[in-house]
Ligand binder design. Sequence first.
Ligand code: ADP
Ligand code: ZN
Length: 306
Amino acid sequence: MQNKKLYGGIEAGGTKFVCVVAGGPSHIVDEIRFKTTMPEETLGRAIQFFKPFAASGQIHAIGVGCFGPLDVNPGSPTYGYITATPKTGWSNTNVLGILRGALGIKIAIDTDVNAAGLGEYKWGVSSGHDPSLYLTIGTGIGGGYIKDGRSLIGLLSPEMGHIRIPHNHELDPFVGNCSFHEDCFEGLASGPAIEKRMGMSGAMIPENDPFWNLEADYIASALVNYILTLSPKKIVLGGGVMQREFLFPKIRWRVRELLNGYLTSKSLLEYIEDYIVPPGLGNQSGSLGAIALAMQLNETNNDPRI
Ligand code: ADP
Ligand code: ZN
């Protein structure tokens, strides 16, 4: 039966907020986008947008896919808070509490990448593929892993951008730019790492620059680790850097080379172009993922994230 109910979704990014009221991808009723400024002003604008929909009973729940670091442990006193962030004014912001207090409806919160992963799983390119992995390679690198239809949260939310990958210092003398680990995956391969190493934005580097082989090698190294540990049935690569579509064949080729025939799945050996893919929802994975999160909250009575 088709679900005609409406839900609210917030893609709460460090750069911009996207708020939507929707019943699904083909039923978007209203949408607003604005820059992320100070918390009071930014959350205030989101509240203003949703208030009439919540007050009139048009929306039943809101999902929030939020930038981090976010406390996702429902048992923690700071559950739903953005914790220690370098983003001015946002450290210790009770995002979930502020929204709940003002809107008085059920609200679920998860990380931005988990929400995007959920959106791709519910309506996008990883639909029907469980478990699946969504990875964004942009200002930061993060991954959302969907298993049994839900995002994986453990001790904390996974921090897939900060894994260690081989770094050949002779080939790539760049020390890395992660403030915690220097040359972790994010420190080597994120948009800002590219810009710092090359002196120009990734958008400006020509396709035939040999740098892209290095970038593809880093991304492939990380993917091989995720494939071997998490065994996703689909890998979705999003984020600004992945706008360079020529990276996809390079990454796929290198993943196969690194695995060296060890895993015998046809997805890897024969159909890898259907296995490592761009998002099916384009730049809407995050906001629609937030809608999917709201739906999930509405459907379950025992959701620990209520
Ligand atoms: P965010 O991660 O902040 O949500 P994006 O996913 O758009 O935003 O990532 C922004 C980063 O991606 C920036 O570091 C930018 O330099 C890089 N970027 C954006 N567009 C491109 C492009 N076409 N090619 C390569 N890098 C890009
Ligand atoms: Zn790091």
